[in-house]
Design a binder for this molecule. Sequence first.
Ligand code: ATP
Ligand code: MG
Length: 255
Amino acid sequence: MAEAATVARTVAPAAGDGLDERGVEFLRLTGVHAFYGESHILHGVDLTVHRGEVVTLLGRNGAGRTTTLKAILGLVGRRTGSIMINGRESVAMAPYEIARLGIGYCPEERGIFASLSCEENLLLPPVVGSGGMPLDEIYAMFPNLRERRASQGTRLSGGEQQMLAVARILRTGAKLLLLDEISEGLAPVIVAKLAATIRTLKAKGYTIVMVEQNFRFAAPLADRFYVMEHGRIVEGFAAGELGAKMGMLHDYLGV
Ligand SMILES: Nc1ncnc2c1ncn2[C@@H]1O[C@H](COP(=O)(O)OP(=O)(O)OP(=O)(O)O)[C@@H](O)[C@H]1O
Ligand SMILES: [Mg+2]
């Protein structure tokens, strides 16, 4: 393990910033198992995400969707199998090395620093990719954040905090974004803004993996869907097959 981590640290940074070569594989999980202590949570997850795609991970509460994102980032107790990111095997890497492969993670709990201003929160992240999104471009995408740039983190509304959490990972230069339930608990008008943001990011060439409970939010955005149950992927299909899969989704998710 220590030896593998050393090897990982000495290899050169990944070539390309992930915005070119749409359609090329960006992320591939093969037979991934994940554990929290003695708890065996993921039981052989296989999934693939291509550059420029929006992929949604659906499933009931406790299905293992958050754990899948955390396993990709190395934030679980232990993980086995293969996790290829931008053509590199990352399963033996430490979380900071994985982040440098160009992955941004927006956790469910958002992680906004309450004592810092909106803009200080934006300026905080370390750059992991080839150049983060400039503040001007971020403020063009999120005009509310420009208005609230001097406001303290705690003074922001839930919707503003969620916008900030998404905007902040763009500062890092990450081109593969893992978003955990970003629409949760937000008013419909804010959810609509987030949907527009996802479309803009896709148009800019970002690759997005969204964990969602809100099927109405995810359905029109995703190019492909995976359904999880009990730590396994039980279905994977493209947006064009959605109509034919509604019965199955109803059985698995109650949608
Ligand atoms: N830190 C942890 N230690 C032990 N078990 C955990 C831990 N975090 C999650 N689990 C368990 O792992 C399983 C999968 O949880 P996970 O958070 O991945 O689910 P999820 O699909 O994101 O659902 P939701 O977000 O609705 O809870 C659940 O049974 C959960 O209780
Ligand atoms: Mg979750």
